[in-house]
Ligand binder design. Structure first.
Ligand SMILES: *Cc1c(COP(=O)(O)O)cnc(C)c1O
Length: 384
């Protein structure tokens, strides 16, 4: 048992205290090195304390830290232009967390439904989805066990089965304004929607005149080897949310939308810290680095290597499926041993995550090396 401290209980944490990080490595108070394949939950795109981010932070901190979202600032404009160019979605709103970006997406879809679809406000969502921990985003999520938490839920979400186009077609009615999903469900264990489903869903939403909202908070910003996961699918959403990797470790998220869908009026949306120059300057440095073609090619290459090595290990010791894209990868264990494997891995100084009792998830820094992937496997093997 941990000594009582002043932190409000939200989860059981291990005893270890991390005091320093560099690249793929974390160090505790005794100086012991841990190989980090959690990376702040798929957040530290460039690893711990990358020189690029430290430089951006120090430079911007000496210029101006906060001018209020009521005024322009240079990094906010720069990063918005960069994201608009990369995504093909013309308008960008900055937020401080993924859940907040998704709240903004839900509000924007409802506002659009109010203006363009006779007051339609329902959003079709999917089983096992994860969209965040605010009341509306929990209501949109389909995480097992959440259905009875914090009642009453925010109304207006209709949940359907994954990869079932007929179910979506049936769920869309005159009251529907949007369909919202993660192209690969991260928290539910790296579970992708099929490419054919995603393409047909894009056609269906166009035909029926409702919006397609993609939550790429986990899959965006290079994680899958393309800047945005939808690029693999040959489609483009009407609304897109980004978080996690966009700040490389600092709190930053974004809501993007097509020009015609960007219907907020003065007073509809805002937030004290939104688009502050300190965070957007860091985000701009991270996104500039990750969007380089050579950087993305290396993510694909490292991801393919990680998957190949995990498949070999799984075949050798009789585990299950390895799935994922780029550097978002899961291994099925074949038994509900995930938490125990993660605990033993930590004893072996490897940080790894078990999103579901039967699976492990790998979400290293996007610039992880093959040597570090090999070292991860060497530390994982005894834990298995
Ligand atoms: C992490 C995550 C969120 C929530 O982001 P927070 O920054 O924790 O609020 C939402 N959607 C997806 C797909 C995520 O992975």
């Amino acid at each position: 048992m941990q000594a009582p401290d002043s932190l409000m209980f939200i989860t059981q944490r291990p005893e270890v205290m991390f005091v320093r990080g560099e690249g793929s490595w974390l160090y505790d108070r005794e100086g012991a090195a841990y190989l980090d394949f959690v990376q702040g939950w798929a957040v530290n795109a460039l690893g711990h304390c990358s020189p690029l981010m430290r430089e951006a932070l120090a430079t911007q901190a000496a210029q101006v830290i906060n001018v209020s979202p009521a005024y322009y600032n240079e990094p906010m404009r720069r990063l918005a232009d960069r994201l608009a160019t990369l995504s093909g979605l013309e308008r960008v709103f900055f937020a401080n967390s993924g859940a907040e970006a998704n709240e903004g997406a839900i509000k924007l879809a409802r506002k659009w439904g109010q203006r363009e679809r006779g007051g339609a406000y329902e959003i079709v969502v999917f089983d096992d989805a994860f969209h965040g921990r605010t009341l509306a985003t929990m209501s949109a999520s389909g995480k097992p066990g959440w259905d009875r938490l914090f009642e009453p839920k925010v109304p207006g979400f209709v949940r359907v089965a994954k990869n079932d186009l007929d179910a979506v077609a049936r769920a869309i009615g005159p009251g529907t304004c949007a369909v919202m999903l993660e192209p690969i469900q991260g928290e539910s264990g790296v579970v992708p929607f099929s490419t054919s489903f995603m393409r047909q869903l894009r056609e269906l939403t166009d035909e029926r005149g409702v919006l397609l909202v993609l939550d790429e908070i986990q899959t965006g910003i290079g994680r899958t080897g393309r800047m945005f996961c939808y690029e693999h699918l040959g489609i483009r959403p009407d609304i897109l949310t980004l978080g996690k990797g966009i700040g490389g470790g600092v709190p930053l998220a974004a809501l993007l939308a097509r020009e015609q869908v960007s219907v907020f009026e003065a007073g509809d949306q805002g937030g004290t810290f939104n688009g502050n120059p300190l965070m957007t300057a860091v985000g701009d440095a991270v996104v500039a680095e990750v969007s380089r073609p050579e950087f993305l090619a290396r993510v694909s290459d490292s991801g393919a290597y990680l998957i190949e090595r995990l498949r070999a290990l799984s075949a050798e010791i009789g585990l299950g499926e390895v799935r994922g894209r780029g550097l978002l990868v899961a291994l099925e264990l074949g038994s509900p041993s995930g938490a125990e494997v993660a605990r033993r891995a930590l004893q072996g100084k490897l940080l790894i995550n078990s999103p579901r009792p039967t699976s492990l998830r790998f979400m290293p820094a996007l610039n992880v090396t093959r040597i570090e992937i090999d070292e991860m496997l060497a530390r994982l093997r005894p834990a298995l």
